[in-house]
Write a protein that binds this ligand. Structure first.
Ligand SMILES: NC(=O)c1ccc[n+]([C@@H]2O[C@H](COP(=O)([O-])OP(=O)(O)OC[C@H]3O[C@@H](n4cnc5c(N)ncnc54)[C@H](OP(=O)(O)O)[C@@H]3O)[C@@H](O)[C@H]2O)c1
Length: 260
């Protein structure tokens, strides 16, 4: 497939308000950071397409997004790791300008206790899910469009018992930089956000935080004295989508967790 180099990247306002009337598909949009991104995007007038696998969770998430006055939100139940399903979702959604991928989970297990088969689904999903989303989105996004992937601070500050998942997010960061170069002639941008610990259902389950008091206690030793909120984390993705100067960047959003 040959790619003709388009005219230079369009310029425009880099403020999140510039996302008004743009359509953003959030793969992993039915919970946590993805759902928070959906709510923020609706608040700046973007059309939001939430993608998740569990239909009931998706419906609940849609209710949250639609609570924003004037919100335009669509839900599509699909597996973001399935390239064909993502293609169908993009076609169903109509013109999509930006794609945010927050789908993913952590596979825990110490190296010597954890054969590859036990973690391969999660790790493969992380890597090949991102690759498949890019393949599906690249021919469909307009110039100035973007893809934003998800990484995590464990890549820089590893913890024992998560090596396979950490390798997976490392691959996603590599893919981000490589695709920023490869898709540049199409004037598409590719970025990632590297999150520290953010208070979401995933983090509460993974860290066995039973209630708000446990969440508060988990954040006490951090530089800002608490975990990040899903909204704080999600806002980074709006910045990356809206700003046409941003490509090939992995933005760390961690409340300084990487420093201590
Ligand atoms: N929270 C943190 O502290 C933290 C830190 C670093 C990195 N991260 C990463 O940030 C991302 C978002 O995390 P979160 O905490 O917001 O998680 P979350 O609350 O569990 O939300 C994840 C969302 O992704 C969806 N999803 C998962 N697999 C999917 C798939 N194959 N296809 C479509 N949707 C899928 C889930 O819905 P369904 O299960 O119904 O599909 C859910 O809506 C994850 O990749 C996570 O690893 C999180």
């Amino acid at each position: 497939m040959t790619t003709t180099t388009l005219a230079p990247m369009p310029t425009g306002s880099p403020l999140p308000a510039a996302l008004e009337d743009r359509t953003v598909m959030i793969i992993g949009g039915s919970s946590g950071i993805g759902l928070a991104a959906g709510e923020l995007l609706a608040s700046v007038g973007a059309r939001v397409v939430l993608v998740g696998r569990d239909k009931a969770r998706l419906e609940t998430a849609l209710d949250h997004v639609r609570a924003t006055p004037g919100a335009s939100a669509l839900g599509i139940a699909a597996d973001g790791n399935d390239e064909s399903a993502v293609e169908r979702a993009l076609d169903q959604a109509g013109q999509v300008d930006h794609v945010l991928v927050t789908a993913g989970t952590i596979a825990a297990g110490a190296l010597l206790d954890t054969p590859r088969e036990r973690v391969s689904e999660v790790v493969d999903g992380r890597i090949w899910g991102a690759y498949g989303v890019a393949r599906a989105a690249a021919p469909r996004l307009p110039a100035g469009g973007s893809i934003t992937f998800t990484s995590g601070l464990y890549l820089m500050r590893p913890v024992p018992g998560a090596s396979a998942s950490i390798a997976g997010i490392g691959a996603v960061e590599g893919l981000t930089r490589a695709l920023a170069v490869e898709l540049a002639p199409r004037r598409l941008r590719v970025n990632a956000v590297r999150y520290g610990v953010v208070d979401t259902p995933l983090a509460r389950t993974a860290m066995e935080l039973a209630d708000d008091a446990a969440v508060a206690a988990a954040g006490e030793g951090l530089l800002i004295g608490r975990l990040g909120t899903a909204q704080e984390a999600a806002s980074a993705s709006l910045f990356l989508m809206a700003n046409n100067l941003m490509t090939g960047t992995v933005l760390t959003v961690d409340g300084g967790q990487g420093l201590v």
